[in-house]
Design a protein around this ligand. Structure first.
Ligand code: SAM
Length: 174
């Protein structure tokens, strides 16, 4: 079908961020412990938090902005990453590269399916879990103003038969 061919082989630039937020919004919001623990049970135990500060790191081993988690090795994983919301694309690209190298990583991201980073570095590359209800991050005044998803990048970019699903993270296992 024409639209599939266009999606796969003729990727046009899409909006860099279809759900814009004020610059820096969410960059320091931390993952709620219950959400992290459920994902840690399912895909972990995570041994590296790739984007963190000493006060919000989810693992004993973590990379900080000074070290630049994008420029550091993530393996051997599994790796956890809730990257800064203002620029998730490079983190998705890094997770693809790490999966090619055999490392599993799980990223918590804004669900922004019209962006280049979603269409090129999540769709077709990672298992996608759409979260419901909206997440209230630690340090945020309210529930996030956008929906979130979890992207699971498996070694070899090996996708399950059903590459996306929904998850009520307050009630069920992922
Ligand atoms: C959304 S917070 C996530 C905090 C925490 N790791 C968690 O999962 O709850 C993103 C964190 O990434 C850090 N960060 C930003 N740029 C980074 C970089 N290049 N390398 C490593 N960490 C970075 C920020 O300082 C911030 O603490």
């Amino acid at each position: 079908m024409a639209w599939i061919r266009r999606n796969r082989f003729d990727r046009r630039p899409t909006a860099p961020d279809a759900c814009p937020a004020p610059t820096g919004t969410g960059d320091q919001w931390a993952t709620p412990p219950t959400l992290f623990e459920a994902l840690d049970r399912e895909f972990g135990p995570f041994v590296l938090d790739a984007a963190a500060l000493p006060g919000n790191a989810k693992c004993a081993r973590f990379w900080t902005p000074a070290e630049n988690g994008l420029a550091q090795p993530w393996g051997p994983g599994p790796t956890w990453c809730n990257p800064p919301y203002s620029d998730p694309g490079p983190w998705c690209r890094k997770a693809v590269a790490e999966a090619r190298a055999g490392n599993l990583s799980v990223l918590l991201l804004k669900s922004d399916t019209g962006t280049t980073w979603f269409q090129e570095d999540i769709a077709g590359q990672a298992e996608v879990i759409f979260l419901c209800p909206r997440v209230r991050f630690v340090g945020a005044p309210n529930q996030a103003p956008w929906p979130n998803l979890v992207a699971v990048y498996r070694p070899g970019l090996d996708l399950p038969l059903s590459p996306w699903r929904c998850w009520n993270w307050k009630e069920d296992r992922p």
